[in-house]
Design a protein around this ligand. Structure first.
Ligand code: SF4
Length: 610
């Protein structure tokens, strides 16, 4: 099995046992790795009506065939399970050093079930695994946890993925954190980890599977490095990180402000340049990445360096809350990373609270805090209250869908799809984003696909995906679906979504790592299979076509800015999308024929048995 160890580590926390789980060759071929392979493994454990925090809900860490090779921008891993936030398929990816070390520890992933009686951590070293007591770690933040384990285990190459108090307290959008500010952020998988009493996973080792054609991989590595280092975007990412998009995004009407009701705002105050002017900022990279998009703010606190906010975070705690106080944005981001909660869901929930406060649906007595737009002190305080599940923070930590239910607000004003809060690209700016949000496997997802890149003159010639009119509703959904297939594959291989190598290069790399021939169209098919399998999981957990919709607060036409008087025609987009996907319009399920065509016989049986 070139490119793989051919095994996951199976962990039963209830029994306190670990064992190797051999992977079937056909599954590696059909699902490749990462989140797709995790979905294949999780599928058999899904039961209609299952409780997301039940011990039997598996938590899966997975790397892919690219991880651990010399190809740049491949130190990434996926964390998957049924989401505590949404109750349907959940996944998130992270970078840093941890993914590289997880593969080096001798496994393609970890499949965890059960619940430990008391806090534990997993220690995996060169193919050997132990479940160890974590009493000394419980209550520690994510940075402290990593440091304590590195000190205790006296291993400089050790890398740790862990939860903070957000995960311990079962905040519904708690995340999993590793290295310097690298986060598997969305879907609340940190709460799933916390529910299992699993504080951390520490990995080390030097195991590297062979690749099928080493000389060719050396050549493709060189080519990929040349492609990346000569790209203009690489240089800009290094200088300004993902915040580089703030000005341009606002110009396009792609950055939501004032809880999705505006898209014209003081962007200059929250750009990458503004961050550099306000603080001493350095960049840092995931293992083997020549770009280094990570930010480190050196002089924000005296005792530690803190992570600089990414674009999504800066918007969620900034313009979305009408807040232009950089200190509070950096502080809110630091708290989220240190204690492990998702910055997008946290920021959107806080902005929603401010909106409801303005409307009188939430008042100071009920909130216990003043919530006027732009109140930077309240934003930071609310983040602390969400992490600690104190006062109104307990409700905000459940997400906007639950907030609307509890507070008696119009459900269409809650900015989520299927329970996952809307990211910081505006659905009105690119119809391809609108349909991607409505149908994404985990809910409102800006990474699967990041269609704004296509809408801004991007293309994938191998799949006939190219930029059209960003506002048109006819003809975009099919391309958006193909782009979802491709971006799903990035999370299977695992490859950073900022990599600019072509699909042809990707297919060649995969073929020469695994020794199996994959064409660009084969990659599209594997992505399509993965999307349909994840859809089948969510269908079994209750998702129907009714759930493929956007909140009206994110589609109502605005009066000014880059999207003035524009709104996606969701009916047109959805019908075209369903036609292309061969999903059943009545039920929202993939048709039996489509499932059988993709080799998903078990899903066809489970969804269409009656
Ligand atoms: S571009 Fe950024 S996220 Fe991607 S691999 Fe490089 S440092 Fe990591």
């Amino acid at each position: 099995m070139f490119g793989y160890h051919g095994k996951f580590l199976g962990v039963d926390l209830s029994a306190g046992e670990t064992r190797a789980l051999e992977m079937e060759e056909r599954h590696l071929k059909d699902y490749v790795g990462g989140a797709s392979l995790a979905a294949r493994l999780i599928y058999d454990h899904v039961k209609p009506g299952m409780e997301p925090l039940a011990p039997e809900n598996p938590l899966v860490f997975a790397v892919g065939p690219f991880t651990g090779t010399t190809i740049p921008m491949v130190s990434r891993s996926a964390v998957c399970g049924i989401s505590p936030l949404t109750g349907i398929w959940g996944e998130a990816t992270t970078g840093g050093v941890f993914p590289f070390r997880l593969k080096a520890a001798g496994f393609d992933g970890i499949f965890i079930t059960g619940r430990a009686e008391k806090p534990v951590y997993l220690y995996i070293n060169n193919g050997k695994a132990e479940i160890r007591d974590a009493a000394q770690l419980w209550g520690k933040d994510t940075y402290q946890t990593q440091q304590v384990l590195k000190d205790e285990l006296k291993d400089r190459s050790l890398s740790v993925s862990c939860i903070g108090q957000g995960g311990e307290n079962l905040v519904k959008y708690a995340c999993v954190v590793n290295d310097r500010g690298r986060v598997a952020g969305r879907c609340g998988l940190g709460a799933l980890m916390g529910s299992k009493n699993l504080k951390a996973v520490a990995v080390t080792g030097d195991a590297r599977p062979d690749v099928a054609n080493k000389d060719k991989i050396d050549e493709l590595t060189k080519q990929a490095r040349e492609t990346l280092s000569s790209g203009l975007m690489s240089m800009v990412y290094r200088e300004y990180g993902t915040l580089l998009y703030m000005d341009m995004g606002m110009f396009l009407g792609d950055v939501p402000a004032r809880y999705f009701s505006r898209n014209v705002f003081a962007a200059k105050k929250v750009t990458g340049q503004a961050l550099r002017q306000a603080y001493t900022v350095t960049s840092h990279a995931c293992y083997g990445c020549p770009i280094a998009c990570g930010r480190l703010v050196k002089n924000f606190r005296k005792d530690i360096d803190v992570d600089g906010p990414e674009f999504e975070t800066a918007v969620a705690f900034g313009p979305l809350c009408v807040n232009y106080d950089l200190d509070s944005i950096v502080q809110a981001n630091h708290l989220c990373n240190a204690h492990g909660i998702d910055t997008i869901s946290a920021g959107v929930s806080i902005a929603y609270a401010m909106q409801l406060y303005e409307q009188g649906i939430l008042d100071e007595k009920k909130a216990g805090i003043k919530l006027e737009w732009g109140n930077s002190r309240s934003i930071v305080k609310l983040v602390e209250m969400i992490i600690g599940r104190e006062g109104i923070g307990k409700l905000l930590g459940e997400g906007t869908r639950r907030m609307a239910q509890e507070l008696g607000a119009d459900p269409a004003t809650a900015a989520h799809v299927k329970g996952l809060e809307m990211p910081m690209h505006d659905a009105r700016a690119f119809t391809g984003m609108a349909i991607s949000y409505a149908t994404g496997p985990r809910g409102a997802c800006h990474l699967k696909g990041d269609y704004y890149n296509i809408g801004m003159a991007g293309s994938v010639p191998e799949l006939d995906i190219k930029s059209g009119n960003r506002f048109r509703s006819e003809g975009e959904a099919e391309m958006a679906a193909r782009y979802q297939n491709l971006k799903d594959m990035y999370d299977s291989l695992l490859l950073c979504k900022f990599s600019s190598i072509s699909l042809t290069q990707i297919a060649e790399i995969l073929s020469n790592i695994t020794g199996r021939d994959y064409s660009p169209l084969d990659i599209n098919t594997v992505g399509e299979r993965s999307i349909n399998l994840k859809r089948a999981i969510s269908n079994r957990l209750g998702v129907t076509r009714e759930d493929d919709k956007l909140p009206t607060v994110c589609t109502t036409e605005l009066k000014e800015g880059g999207t003035a008087d524009r709104s996606p025609d969701m009916d047109v987009l959805l019908r075209e999308y369903y036609d292309y996907r061969k999903w059943d319009w009545e039920t929202g399920k993939p048709t039996k024929d489509k499932l059988l065509e993709l080799g998903l016989e078990d899903a066809a049986r489970d969804l269409w048995s009656s």
